[in-house]
Design a protein around this ligand. Sequence first.
Ligand code: F6P
Length: 376
Amino acid sequence: MEEIKKIAILTSGGDCCGLNAVIESVTKTAIQKGYEVIGFESGYDGLYENKFVELTVNTVKHLGSRGGSILRNSNKTNLFNHRVKLEDGTVVYRDDSAVAIENLKKDNVDCLIIVGGDGSMTSARDFMRAGVKVVCIPKTIDNDVPYTDQTFGYSTAVASIADALSCVYTTGHSHDRIMVLEVMGRHAGWLALEGGIAGEADIIIIPEIPYSLEGIANKLIERYKRGHNSSIICVSEGAAPKDGEIISYQNNDYPDSVKLGGIGAKLAHDLERIVMPITNQEVRSTSLGYVQRGGNTNSFDKVLSFRYGSFAVEAIEKGEFGKMVALRGEELAMIPLINVVGDGPTGETSKGGNKNVNLDCDLIRCAKSMGIYLGE
Ligand code: F6P
């Protein structure tokens, strides 16, 4: 086995809480084991431009609670299908992975830790195919990465959603209103479901259960008739009506070009038209947006990130490359990247949303048995 002397780490995709904790734990563990550590800046962009910083125990001291990433993130770059604007303004897509591989050689990097979601791990798989030693750590507030029970960043986001629901509840209750909170999650409903349960929403709408407007309106009217002066709805940005489309917009300048958002406001308008004539309740919506992605990392995410980071370095020591660290029950395990992101063509960005809410899962059963409406 080739000796490992130097490890590089990069944080790719959208930011979330726990990235700095991973950087802290990778750096501390690696240095304890005698490895050097560098961090490429702004995800794969830094790898392409060869922009990095040296990471030391001092650089990462007490970093673990801070949200975001000191290395910064980028979710725009796929070096195997690199979008480049030429001097004359034309846009071309080309395979620039060789530049990155050359940089790794120049910097004497023996192994690269890629902290990211499914899109970033698809590129990691492609680098593995090109002969780079990679180890991945799954991050995303969406919790939609398969083969791991939980991604870090999710727990802090769930806690923010629960707090936000408590906040909108007080206005709903004081003004006899129906309050809608839109949360993130792309095509997976984990954030809305677990955040909605934690924040005691009365109705939770997730992408996995297409909704009927009449069904939600009937539930609201029924609640009003039973004496509830307000109701709280937690809706996932990827939710759609049974006979309609997800609300999204597209900007082809990004590899992950489809952006979701707006369903909360639409749902509020549509429901108000049906419900208000009967209950006299106004319907207001709030989109939680990036509040749920930032802030201080909670203890669960911090410890999970510390565990992921040190396990990744131990995996490198054992020569376990081309794998992702995963939480399986109480234990951590290494899962082949091919299982996680598939064996698709090099350069093709994963569309994501792989691990959806299983409608038989305990969270769904818990919500239903507590009387939370999830649709029919
Ligand atoms: O994947 C994490 C996430 O926050 C999603 O929940 C959301 O749809 C998306 O990123 C937003 O991404 P961006 O900040 O790039 O628009």
